[in-house]
Design a protein around this ligand. Sequence first.
Ligand code: ADP
Ligand code: MG
Length: 700
Amino acid sequence: MSALSHYDKFGLHCFDDRVMQERLPQEIYESLRKIRDEGMEWDPLVADVVADAMKDWALELGATHYIHWFTPMTGASAGKHESFIDKLRGGEPIVRFSGRLLSKGEPDASSFPTGGLRTTFEARGYTTWDPTSPAFMFGTTLYIPTAFCGYCGESLDEKTPLLRSMQALNKQSLRVLRALGDDTTKKVNSTAGAEQEYFLIEKSLLDKRLDLKICGYTLTGARPPKGQELEDHYYGSVSERVRNFMRELDEELWLIGVPAKTEHNEVAPGQYELANIFASANIACDHNQITMELMRKVALRHGFVCLLHEKPFAGVNGSGKHNNWSLMTSNGRNLLAPGDSPVENREFLVFLCAVIAAVDDYADLIRLSAACAGNDYRLGANEAPPAIVSIFLGDPLTQLLKNLAEGHAYEMGSRGQLLTGVKSLPLLEMDDNDRNRTSPFAYTGNKFEFRMVGSSQSIGFANTVINAAVADELRLFADILEPAAGSKKKTEAAVAKIVHDTWEKHKKILFNGNNYAPEWWAEAKKRKLPDISDTVQATKALQRTENVEMFERTRVLSPSECSSRREVLLEGYVKTTRIAAATLLDMTRRSFLPSACEWLSKMASAQVKADAADAGSTYVNKMTGYLSNAIDACGKAADELAQAMEELETLEDLDQLGETARSLVQNEMADLRLCCDTLETLLPEDRWPVPGYSALLYDV
Ligand code: ADP
Ligand code: MG
């Protein structure tokens, strides 16, 4: 098959712009396009026509079912498959799909986490079609992206607040642009591009480990003799089997219109990455959700399991999801691109300042948007950004802002050329700044890269928080710019004021150094930047008055939605911890300890026999002693974990539950893990009941 025919199939199973233009009457298409591209209001007239066209298109592609596809607050995709059969007439199925069925579904809201927003007896919830994200055919099912809300419109999902935040951002961005003299831009969109990291491991090995099967990560595992220290995996050649997996994944993604672009080996053995080309934040979020779903499915076909957990292996790099974020006008202008003369680029300066102010003012919310139990193990360890939010701008841009703020002239130096020293290689123009891989929020030339998000998380909430916070700062800037509109001099002064004030107030959030260095912790403390190490602490951000008010002002989340989200996050954390603790206890008591005891008795009886023959070995004697001590320590640590779990069961208050899960249970788990890992090193490999790290990481 030629390369072209691969690309020819791109989007064939996506109800995209091409299909809509072809199959919808002109005025209906225009209505839909305006809703999507120009922020026009929803027009109920389009639903019936679109539903009909969508159904015909889907049936031609072999559809039997449709699904109102949504992402509840758990972050994992959901939906129920409904067939297109409406009723039977004389035994014959009648196929029907109306505008109403397209626009509205009624899943049982009580089966999803609502954080107290809905009780089981008020279970009604609705899914509503999101016409800004294209439907697609996956297998024999038509996937319709939807938002999921309660009876009174309370958001119960990732999409609704994201769409609201995009609306808020559009509104305030347009105010700023108009005040700066732009009359043509119709809409400003936030764009996102997610780089998804993941591990592939052998399914047959996974099946032998309860922790991987149930929790998606290893709860024990002694360090292998070779970790990632040689850094020989990063960008290294991909094995034939993994390559086949990637190829099949690409083809499936391309078919449904997801632009999978870059794939490579990541730093850790067994770790890989896939980046989709960026899209409007809402679509990018859907793209990422379906990418995760497909990764899991396709991996199984190749005998692998795809692990999306943030920290599958202790001591080895975890998996994150870099969320690249920018602002794009309806005429395709990137508002965070500096252009040739950033000093005179007022738009750029104002939008850049809004991001800096937003990240500083709402650092705790940004941190929260990347909080989940799995990510607690990742942040601040092995090549992951620390839990302290800061921005990397690079020296040239930082200097430029400083000079502008202090009223000095500044010229960006001309770009140098990258000299590789090899004459046959093309000369590359150097980027304005070297890349800083350690920063949690890094400017990369025309966008920001938020690197804290965990690999298993939806990017929905991260983008919601960034959009809402930036929108709210833009509101303040628009208030300053609007009275000056029309006068070049006054506008210049207003922009100068914005740059000056932002620099003075928010320069503390800027840090261009090494975020992994211990000195940064001390420095961040001096600057009073929040250092929020775990999910339980992070959820407090949803109680801070300034944050709740910001969400209310931007109409992204009501106060009750804030507290419900906090509850869902805490509940999720407690449940995840409880399951992990129970799994670890089960593995220890029913598998590790019995195996260790069996080996001990073998060694001991060998010793007794040898002693009787007067041929005792001091080595065997010593090892028997070690093992016996290690077994005792492990048994004791298991009892302590069991006790901690019992204590958890006595609690009802959610805050207490969270706190106890975090401090007590997680600590006991860490202690028990150490004991198990010691035991593992004392047993012969074939006596240890589960596959170890070397097999898991190197057998792919
Ligand atoms: P990295 O060097 O960080 O590994 P990649 O090239 O793998 O970068 O990924 C960069 C990501 O940023 C891609 O998903 C890309 O589509 C996305 N991106 C590029 N431009 C924008 C933009 N304007 N807005 C949002 N995302 C963008
Ligand atoms: Mg990146």
